[in-house]
Structures are given as C-alpha cells and as structure tokens.
Design a protein around this ligand. Sequence first.
Ligand code: NAG
Ligand code: NAG
Ligand code: NAG
Ligand code: NAG
Length: 325
Amino acid sequence: MISLVFYCIMLTIFLLNFTFLKSQSLTTSKNISLSSRYLDSVLQDYAFRSFSGPHPKTGVVYDGNVTPELTGIKVSALRLRSGGLKRKGYYGYKEFDIPTGVFENPYVERLVLVYQNLGNWTSFYYQLPGYMFLSPIVGLLAYNASHLKAKKLPELDIRASKNPILIKFASLGVKSNKLGVKPKCVFFDLFGGVEFDHVVNGSVCLSLKQGHFGVVVEENVSEKGPVKEPENPIAIGGGGGGGGGGNDYEWLIGGMVVVGGGVFVLLVVVLWTSRRWKRRKRMEKMEYVTEGGVPLAVSAVGNAMMPVAMETRTKPILESEYVTM
Ligand SMILES: *[C@@H]1O[C@H](CO)[C@@H](O)[C@H](O)[C@H]1NC(C)=O
Ligand SMILES: *[C@@H]1O[C@H](CO)[C@@H](O)[C@H](O)[C@H]1NC(C)=O
Ligand SMILES: *[C@@H]1O[C@H](CO)[C@@H](O)[C@H](O)[C@H]1NC(C)=O
Ligand SMILES: *[C@@H]1O[C@H](CO)[C@@H](O)[C@H](O)[C@H]1NC(C)=O
C-alpha cells in the first residue's frame, strides 16, 4: 500500500511538472525566447559584430545591426581601456553618462560596453504588472574585450565608485504630465532583481551598477490602491531558445507511458488483493469448520473480523510481493 501511495505521489508530481513545462514551452514557441537574459547574450553577439575590423578604435561608438526578427532593437558597442574608463569616464554614450571612478571586476585590460535600446520590444521582454513604460528600456553591460569574436560571454561586474552613472532619457510619454501620476525610474539588475528610484530633473535616472533602465508610471492609480509588488520579469519564459515541438512530443509520450503504467499497476494490485481476500476467506471458513465450530455463527464473526484482519496481516506480504513484481 505504501508503494502504491508513493507511486501516486510521484505520478502527481510528474503530471504537474508536465503541465508546467507545457505552458512554459507555449510562451517560448515563438521563435524568439522571452527570456531577457537570453536576449542579452544574443545582443552581445550583434553588438560585437559591429566592430568592423580586428582592431576597432578605442573610445568610438559602433552601432550594430540585429537580426530582422528583432527589428526595433538597437545595439552599440564601445571598446575602452579599463584605465581610461576609470580615469576619464565616458560622457554621452547614447543615454548614458559614465562618470570617473567606474571600474570593472574581474579586472580586464580592455572592455566593451554594450548598449541596448529595446524600443518597441520593451514590454515584450520586461513585463512589470501594474506599470506602464514611458521610455524604452536601455541597457548597459560590460564584457571582456580580449576576444571580439566571442559569443555567450559572461558580463563583467561594473561599479561606480564616486558619482552615479546618469541615464538621460530624451523624452517621456505624454502620460507623465497627468495629475497625480509620478514617473519612477526602474532598474533591472542581471540577476532578476527589480528596483525603483525617483526621476531626477524630469527624465534622468541614476545608477551605481550596470543593467537595464527605464521610466514607468503606475497604471490606474485610483483603482488600484496599495502598490502591487512587481513580479520577477526576468523569470518569464525559461532560459534559452529551446522548448521546441520535439520536446513536447517526448513529454507527451512519457506522460502516456507513466499514466498507462499507473493504471496497469493499479489493476494488478486490485486483482491481486481481491484474489487474496477470497482465498483467505475460504481458508478461514475451512479452518473454523475443521475446528468444529458452528458454521452459521462462524461466517458472521468471520465477516465482521475480515477487514481488520486484512489491513494488519496482509500488509507486509503485499509490500514484499509488490517489490518483486
Ligand atoms: C529560429 O531561430 C533559429 C536560431 O535559434 C534560426 O536559425 C531560425 O532561422 C529561426 N526560424 C525562423 C522561422 O525564424
Ligand atoms: C517593432 O517594430 C518593428 C517594425 O518597426 C516590427 O517589425 C516588430 O515586430 C515590432 N516588435 C514588436 C514586439 O511589436
Ligand atoms: C578575458 O579574455 C581573455 C581572452 O579570452 C582571457 O585570457 C582572460 O582571462 C579574460 N579575462 C577575464 C577576467 O575573464
Ligand atoms: C539637474 O539640473 C540641474 C540644473 O540644470 C543641474 O545642475 C544638475 O546637475 C542636474 N542633475 C542631474 C542629476 O542631471
């Protein structure tokens, strides 16, 4: 019986898992993954490709091209000496003003700062329930510049040690002028964290770290009441571009096998138990008869005792026999 219960639990877990994965793969079934971290690695590649030759100029912004599927997203790449960045900063890298004192970890001699502007893809990759974006999401991510053909590079960690990095958004949507609607800066770090901050000078955000930035307002403030906690937008849609149709098919087959197996095991157990029950009943009757009891009284007592006897006495047998099946 314990095995059977265990099996049922496993089956339930499996089925839950199955439906979960199923719904996940539905969201990624469009060829483009919804994962913003996956997008980061794709855009790193397109940004690096904008360096035309093997020796791109230091301190020059190169604008890249993305695949037609991602039309609307802009990327750029800027190669800098680590020492120069720290000493001089870099003002006017698109929306970003990078002050002096910004350093990377681990140390590299040269680094590439990748710029992203998600344009009309902003709310596609960064969903923030209860909020509306007034600006596109822009990103600033740092990479090791030693190998310019590299793909899937990990980001370096960059920090502003003196003044914060400024993100100067050109213009915010008309909604910001509405009475009682206060725009906020939103910051998405690279690990799924979301932070809000106030907007400075109308359309400027400040940050000490790299990541993705935008300006948002709360939607329908009057109706909502308390501020809704934003869900983790980075977790949307699982990692990578996988989740193809073949995978679903395998899961379906797997599910059918397990369900079929479960039904089979259940049937076997039911049959086996009922046969045992009958045999035991017959034997006990015979025992009573051979002992010379009164047949009528015996059957009444036997029936009443039966369920209890079954529970306690057959349990270990069932357990061991099931295992050897
Ligand atoms: C889907 O993405 C793959 C790369 O992940 C690409 O090779 C393929 O051309 C894309 N298919 C379509 C229909 O866009
Ligand atoms: C963004 O705009 C481009 C055309 O400018 C379009 O091809 C693309 O599908 C749009 N993206 C989204 C997520 O709507
Ligand atoms: C940067 O890349 C070069 C070449 O691939 C490698 O030798 C070096 O260890 C990398 N540095 C870091 C900090 O990852
Ligand atoms: C805000 O504007 C004032 C005046 O134009 C300027 O002095 C200050 O540096 C600005 N602050 C930021 C963070 O842009």
